[in-house]
Design a protein around this ligand. Sequence first.
Ligand SMILES: Nc1ncnc2c1ncn2[C@@H]1O[C@H](COP(=O)(O)OP(=O)(O)OP(=O)(O)O)[C@@H](O)[C@H]1O
Ligand SMILES: [Mg+2]
Length: 447
Amino acid sequence: MRMSRYFLPVLKENPSEASIVSHRLMLRAGMIKQASAGIYSWLPMGLKVLRNIETIVHEEQQRAGHIPVLMPTLQSADLWRESGRYDDYGEEMLRISDRHGHDMLYGPTNEEQITDIFRAHVGSYKDLPLTLYQIQWKFRDERRPRFGVMRGREFLMKDGYTFDLTKEDALHAYNRHLVTYLRSYERMGLQAIPMRADGGPIGGDYTHEFLVLAETGESEVFYDSEITDLTFGDRTIDFDDVGACAGVLDEFTSRYARTDETHDAELFAQVPADRQRTARGIEVGQIFYFGTKYSEAMGATVVNDQQQKVPVHMGSHGIGVSRLLGAIIEASHDDNGIIWPEGVTPFHCGIVNLKTGDAEADAACEALYDSMVALGLEPLYDDRNERAGGKFATMDLIGLPWRITVGPRGLKNGVVELTSRRTGESEELSPEQALLKIAQIYGKAAS
Ligand SMILES: Nc1ncnc2c1ncn2[C@@H]1O[C@H](COP(=O)(O)OP(=O)(O)OP(=O)(O)O)[C@@H](O)[C@H]1O
Ligand SMILES: [Mg+2]
């Protein structure tokens, strides 16, 4: 993409409506525009990051054998009456009626709808296990939408639903989700810590929230500092291996880590004092096994090998896809702007032409640009006729992890400058070497 042809409406001033840094930077970098309270339009660069996050989520879900579907945002109230949640849900549910007077709602979540699909098409234990998931917009009429996409009213969620014959199988599905979530967040450059959560009215021990530590987080969290040393890394795992998945759960949940909702001061006191941490966190996901609550209420049964009809064991597993943009920025920025992790960056590399109009500089930039595109990389080339200082400020604000600066003076010595957004360190390299390095960073082979 050439900056001169792109739509990147950056703001010079700090928008007054934004009280936290991620919201401020998303507005300033021209990623989103508020449409109404808690509802946003996604401008081109914001949409690119959103899509990158979705891609990681899809890849990691499908790696584990989970199958994508897409359900409508508008649902019939009758389904929710069957589960008993239509009256319980309260004012967060946006209720609508159509021209025929049918009660509809904009889905805040999809347990009822997926259970309806399941009961219509699955009847035998032989069809289990089954995990269906979607990435779809949700609406919750939050009392206080705030912090930009972090607490929106309309927001994008990955919601996955598991169907199993037994509780044991359902817990394997739970563990599988834990693994996929650890992998997904790490690919996004985030550490998200599984913390024991509150099962709500359904209760039960089988729910964890994933929290990203950040001062602006809405949850107060308590944890053993050893937990922040854990990473899943690039180990491979067999998702059918029950013991291996359970081992990951043990590894990542055996240390104390809880939100204020489940915090237990006595248990916490048993953590060595020098390892006790209190902080704030952003909830970026939750996994939940809830047994037969919906399957019993809605008649989602299968016939088992004894020819008996039994309700299936279910779980639901969510990732806050749009909230993640805010969480990533909260975790990765500096005074000059965003610092995108390579896994989600909207463009792989910025190219700054210090002297647009200079034949040599223009040609060197074009050559770099074309070579990157040929390698399957997406560069953002600032080809505008503007002062270098302004170009650098924009690049820093939008936060591409790497920048190549090209100017007539360097080219006389055969070099360009490659700069890391995170460390600010620069090195002078030939254009070919700079290209090779970018290709290596992103795992693209430069031939
Ligand atoms: N209003 C919202 N705006 C953006 N993302 C949200 C919002 N509500 C929930 N999410 C995201 O969707 C994920 C799954 O939804 P879940 O039902 O667990 O939310 P929740 O526990 O009600 O969230 P919260 O406690 O933050 O209101 C959450 O972990 C969160 O990342
Ligand atoms: Mg939650």
